[in-house]
Ligand binder design. Sequence first.
Ligand code: F6P
Length: 342
Amino acid sequence: MRIGMLTGGGDCPGLNAVIRAVVRKGEADYGHELVGYRHGWRGLIEGESMPLPLAVTRGLLPRGGTILGTSRTNPFKSDDGPARVKATMTRDGIDAVIAIGGDDTLGVAHRMAGEGLHFVGVPKTIDNDLSATDFTFGFHTAVQIATDAIDRLQTTAESHDRVMVVEVMGRHAGWIATYAGLAGGADLILVPEKPFDIEETCAAIKHRHERGANFSIVVVAEGATPVEGTMELQTGDLDEFGHVRLGGIGNRLQREIELRTGYEARMTQLGHLLRGGSPSAYDRVIATRFGIEAIDAVHEQDFDVMVALRGTDVIRVPLEAGVAQSKTVDQRLFDTAAVFFG
Ligand code: F6P
């Protein structure tokens, strides 16, 4: 078979590990030929590809980013997008494509499957917001980076008697904030799942300082929102999938905290640092297992499925189910983190 591969949406640590695993088993064990499409769906629309022989994938396991490049291109944004994807696959003699991405990329893969094309999905995102899989790779690496940052901020916060606001990515789910906050011993975590009241937030900080603490660490997810009418919010531009660009709540929060409590506050926005660099050991392992399962699915001609982690098993689920629902933070997990608030 000739098998295409693409990485779409935001990059994340572990993408190259999936590519390496697919090529290794696909070429060495099954004798298939692998072709990479550049910059997500854009490569399939514009016919921009690169050969992916085994030699190209050597040394890829620890490498962050994606050697294929990525973009947030949506083929369904233009009338001829899906037809151009089809034309590229026909021209290149591609039997199936492994699409590695989040809900947007995988949603497109499922819609393209409806046009008679063969796709297998691999879920990735630092946000960990796909309901069909217990974890996506990239998430644990992002959590570790954020935790390391919180540890570092703690010593400078302590030295200056400051409130440190740490803003982390995660889109409309508070997974990174909750995990990193829990691991870093945050004194308050604000997540999109639970709109915050700025008065209560400041009261909790004051309460903590009145009990003898001289500093506080507040972790805020970029998608956290204040209870309606309690604090002004900014909004950003929309991407091709209609998602608003988030980021900036930490800044707003830092100013409000300073104003309302009188304590000195500083803000650190971790942003894309969470997506950069080498994947953790855990993410290398799931990424590799996902890649192997994906190439097995293609080899067995089991299409329109997505690989997923359930407990300790890697399984296949229908792509449609995989992208149907986003996964938000588990209340019991958040309650555990909340024991340490204030
Ligand atoms: O979905 C991954 C993610 O990193 C989100 O956490 C964040 O909101 C978004 O991508 C940022 O996207 P971009 O790289 O386009 O700024």
